[in-house]
Design a protein around this ligand. Structure first.
Ligand code: MN
Length: 278
């Protein structure tokens, strides 16, 4: 299978996961930048993510035009994707979701911030974009590139942006990473809201802790564990590719050696050397 086949297969799995985990329902979408042409991306035609198959995936230019004639209707809000790819060369996957759990933070002055370890990858800042600031009364949908670019400008270099009274857009270095962000963001919002209800100061992740989470490799074996689990729950285990190579873990020293008191520590070494000479 080519790299493109792998990417498209991951995109279908990602659609099913977002549907199954309740991040996208009838609405919401995910895309991936083309590994062959950074000025193109792949996205489904207008279909609910949980129902998406390989046949639904089309290739678009960054300004949202399909590269082949397309009779099926497209997502109106695909400009969210193109505009973020246009402004962020390192971004390879984008999700747009209407997950209800994050919405309180899009309409109140209380910022959404990482408070659970698995949401540390959301980074230090989750800005809020209000379409009305620049476009006045709209139907709130990101319907053209000007609106998409305005949203991307608010996202700036961050991982996710809330859209006032509407949802969020998240940007990742891979499809798997952005799925992880999108799944963990509403969970983090639920915990934060519950903590606020409990009263008193809320202790979120510390800046250094967020930095450490941001350093984690987007396609490492530790991420694959969740990807495999979510794919299985969504009924697409059969589509999974090979897991990434794990970091080898050296075996523990034999118990007797490890437990030897310091004064006798040299003894097993000698024995081993003797053995080696034989
Ligand atoms: Mn939307």
């Amino acid at each position: 299978m080519s790299e493109l086949d792998d990417v498209l297969r991951d995109l279908v799995i990602a659609n099913r996961i977002l549907g199954h985990e309740g991040i996208c329902d009838a609405y919401g979408h995910i895309s991936v930048r083309s590994p062959r042409d950074p000025k193109h991306y792949f996205i489904s035609v207008s279909r609910s993510p949980e129902l998406v198959t390989l046949d639904d995936i089309i290739e678009c230019t960054l300004d949202g035009r399909p590269i082949k004639d397309e009779k099926r209707s497209l997502y109106i809000e695909r400009h969210i994707h193109g505009a973020i790819y246009e402004s962020r060369p390192e971004v390879m996957g984008v999700v747009h979701s209407h997950a209800l759990d994050v919405l309180p933070f899009s309409i109140s002055p209380t910022p959404l911030r990482p408070v659970i370890h698995s949401a540390g990858q959301l980074g230090h800042r989750i800005p809020v974009w209000d379409i009305a600031e620049r476009f006045g009364d709209t139907n709130l949908l990101v319907s053209n590139m000007a609106q998409g670019r305005d949203l991307a400008e608010r996202l700036a270099g961050d991982r996710a942006v809330l859209m006032r009274g509407h949802g969020f857009a998240a940007a990742g270095r891979s499809v798997r990473e952005v799925v992880r962000l999108a799944v963990n963001m509403p969970r983090n919002a639920r915990v934060l809201l519950d903590a606020i209800r409990l009263g008193g100061p809320v202790k979120g992740l510390q800046p250094g802790e967020i930095d450490n989470r941001l350093e984690m490799r987007p396609d490492g074996s530790e991420f694959f564990r969740a990807w495999e689990y979510w794919a299985a729950r969504a009924g697409c285990s059969d589509m999974l590719g090979a897991p990434p190579r794990a970091t080898p873990t050296p075996a523990a020293a034999p118990a007797s050696r490890a437990a030897a008191p310091a004064s006798r520590a040299a003894a097993p070494k000698k024995a081993a050397a003797k053995k080696g000479r034989r």
